[in-house]
Design a protein around this ligand. Sequence first.
Ligand code: 3SL
Length: 236
Amino acid sequence: MQKKLVEVCYTPGGYDYYKGNFEIVVVIDVLRATSAICSAIHNGVKSLIPVSTIEEAKAYQDKGYLVGAERQGQIVSGFDFGNSPYSYMKPEIKGKDIVLSTTNGTRAINIAKDAETVVIGALSNLDYLINWLKDQDKNVLCLCSGWKDKFNLEDSICGGAIAEGLLKTGKFISNEDASVAAKYLYLAAKDNYFGFLKSSSHRRRLKKLNLNEDIKFCLTPNQMEVIPILKGDRLV
Ligand code: 3SL
């Protein structure tokens, strides 16, 4: 059997260099968009519509949708909630179609829309996702959302974890140094994500906003057996 590819792309800006060669794109934004999305689907949200801009989010709000919007880590004024995974656990959102716009995560999802399959990855659904990917027999690209098109540690570590999980099966190979580096980052961080990421830029950014509980939640692996998947313009 021919081996499949698993690679890690560090930023949405780098996606064009990989695009077209991978049937499955896993979009990752550990702090916090993809952790919040996993939380939403896990807690019974019917669908989540990821939009890139505040203008798009507003247009949905005008049509009566519940809308989460985050910029610079904070709730955008006038919207129903931001990007905390805890906002997506509330009973009142069960069964609803919800719209979400975040600084990097929802943008990355929309950039990857051309792929055959787009799924959502986070530390919270890590092992469940790896097991599912193992069985698909498809080339996999882990697309990190980064921060404003710059590298970030937490997404790269999560991408490295997925790459390592798939490489271990013997059914996948990675050709790119970016993927090898992500795997090494994961191996260095895996026993203590919280400590390893202490000085990461986004952890510091969120800590300043008193979002420590969100950080702890997002850095706790394997809390959910869920794989949000993009169907048209909705994650279900
Ligand atoms: O960039 C994003 O999409 C967000 O996850 C950033 S934040 O964690 O809400 O600040």
